[in-house]
Structures are given as C-alpha cells and as structure tokens.
Design a protein around this ligand. Structure first.
Ligand code: FAD
Length: 293
C-alpha cells in the first residue's frame, strides 16, 4: 500500500475518534486526513481509490458512533473545508462550516426554512447528507445544488431534484460533499423567521438533553405510528443503563455517554432497547446514526 509512505502523517494523526464525535467513544482509523481544500481532498480520494483504501467521511461527528476497535481504512475529516459566499439569490457554504452558525444567520440571509432547524450540531456537509431538520423543516428544502468529489477524485456538481432528499436521508452519501448552495427568498419575512428560530430552539432545549454526550436521536421514527422516543419511554426504558451508557430520562430516544462509556456499552444498550421495544410494541427500531465498526 502506498499511503503510509506518501502520507506518513495520516497514520501518526490517526488517534482514537472518541474526541472527534459527540458520543465520545471509539477507536482510531488506520489513516486520518484533514484536507484544507477541495483540491487536496480530491487528491487524497484519488490516491485512496488507486490504493484500494476504503474512505469514510466525518463532519462534526454528531451522528456517528465509532466502534472500540476503530475503523478499517481512512477517515477524511471535513472541518477545514471552510468558506461562505452570500450572493443575491443564493448562499454558497463549504461543507466544514458549522451548521448551527448557518441556521443562526438564516433569517438575515433570507433562507427561512433553515430558521426552523436550530439546536442541530455538526457541519453543513453532514446536515446536507443526513437532510437534518425537525418539525419545522429540513435542510434539503432550501438546497439548490451540492458540490462534491466522487470516489475517483473527480469534482462534481449536482443540482438538487425531487427525490434527492428524504427523512434523514439524501442521495449524496456516495460523494464527499464539499459545499452546498441554498436558495435565498428575498421576499421572506425576516421577523417571522427570527421568531420561528427562537421558538424552535426553546422547544428543543426544553425536551432534549442538548448539552450531554450523545449521537442525537438513536432511532429513526418508524413510519405511521408513535415516534421512537414514545415507544421507548412507554416500554419503561428511561434510565436503563449498560456500563457508562444510559437512556436519557429527559428524552428516551437519546442514549447518553454519562460515565466514560465504551462503544460496546452503547451497542449493548441499543440492543436492549431494540429487544424490549420489539417485545412490548412489536416494532423493529432502526438506528439513525451511522455505526462504524
Ligand atoms: C444533541 C444532538 C441533537 C441533534 N438534533 C438533531 C435534530 O434535531 N435533527 C437532525 O436531523 N439531527 C440531529 N442530530 C444529529 C446530527 O447533529 C445531524 O445528523 C447532523 O447533521 C450531522 O452532521 P455532522 O457534521 O456531525 O455529521 P457526521 O456525524 O460527521 O456524519 C453523519 C453522516 O454523514 C456523513 N457525512 C458527514 N459529512 C459528510 C460530507 N461532507 N460528505 C459526505 N458524507 C458526509 C458521514 O459519513 C456519516 O455517515 C442531533 C445530534 C446531537 C448530538
């Protein structure tokens, strides 16, 4: 494999991913890249492609749980891909920018739907790929175009079309998303957007354990019936613990790392919740965050 000689620093920097994820668990990848530009990212992807090294992408790490044994291949961190351009009819944002900061500016920049998405940590790239959002809207609703790099290192642009985004899903996951363009609606009511931001943030703060270590909602809401949190709560699982991981007593769909959990603790608790919800409600819960093992 050519990578260790071409990029020795990528191996040296490959410390455990616990401190790069909000759940705070997990081992190291074989290689860790943190490119500072799209061109550097493209070169790295092309090299990994030729060397047959699998690559995963990490933004803010707020929707990823990393296994204790670490990750085979390379992890490419997008945090250093920075830049924002506010134009008349659109806003271009690089993937590594903070999503929370974009949402805070959304009313001023006339992207009203994003004002309904406060309190979501992580990067713009992660929010685009996961179509992050909530009751008041989703990232994909304001998205015009996505810029990215394919696995061979080729830079591509994708206009966003119907069917490209869905519930906590997008069709861009195969690309390294390097930037996103959001539509400005200059006729939007700025005061209404600011008010929506404040209300949505207050509601989120009062119901979710935002300041604690977690990967956000653990399970996707099953279609049709009760949301996952209600199913878990009514199965009596609030406060259930395995080692350092516990089901939040505030919002049952959050698993917290409150006592130096290992990924094995988190995984075991996920298994307990799944089994008990299946037994009580007959519903099979699906994990929302990616689990890298
Ligand atoms: C306290 C808390 C509250 C949350 N609340 C919400 C909420 O209300 N609504 C919601 O939707 N989510 C919520 N989340 C989940 C999470 O914050 C979002 O999914 C967020 O958009 C993930 O962004 P990230 O940069 O952290 O992505 P990461 O966690 O780094 O990655 C998530 C996935 O996207 C991929 N990815 C990341 N960046 C890129 C890129 N540039 N190109 C290609 N693939 C990429 C990763 O490989 C991974 O599969 C919450 C999480 C926490 C911890």
């Amino acid at each position: 494999m050519v990578l260790p000689t071409v990029f020795p620093e990528a191996r040296e920097r490959a410390e455990g991913l616990a401190r790069r994820t909000s759940m705070g668990v997990g081992g190291a990848p074989e290689f860790l890249f943190e490119p500072a530009s799209e061109a550097e990212a493209a070169r790295l992807l092309a090299l990994c492609h030729v060397a047959g090294v699998p690559v995963r992408f990490l933004g803010g790490g707020t929707n990823v749980i990393v296994g204790d044994g670490g990750v085979e291949g390379a992890v490419l961190v997008t945090r250093r891909l920075r830049g924002v351009r506010v134009l008349d009819d659109r806003v271009d944002v690089a993937a590594g920018q903070s999503y929370g900061a974009l949402v805070r500016h959304a009313a001023r920049w006339s992207i009203p739907v994003l004002s309904g998405c406060p309190g979501i940590p992580g990067t713009v790239g992660g929010a685009v790929v996961m179509n992050a959002g909530g009751h008041h809207g989703t990232t994909g609703e304001a998205l015009l175009e996505v810029r990215g790099i394919d696995e061979t290192g080729r830079v591509v642009r994708r206009e966003v079309e119907d069917g490209d985004v869905g519930y906590r899903w997008s069709d861009f996951g195969e690309l390294l998303v390097t930037g996103a363009t959001f539509r400005r609606d200059r006729s939007a009511d700025r005061a209404a957007a600011e008010s929506l931001y404040r209300r949505a943030l207050a509601a989120k703060r009062s119901t979710q354990p935002l300041g604690e270590r977690s990967a956000g909602c653990t399970f996707r809401n099953p279609g049709g019936g009760e949301p996952a949190g209600r199913l878990i709560e009514s199965a009596g699982l609030k406060g259930r613990r395995v080692g350092g991981a516990v089901v939040s007593t505030r919002h049952a769909n959050f698993i917290l790392n409150d006592r130096d959990a290992t990924a094995a603790d988190v995984e075991a608790l996920i298994g307990v919740v799944r089994r008990e919800v299946r037994a009580v409600h007959g519903v099979r819960l699906e994990l929302e965050p990616a689990f890298w093992a």
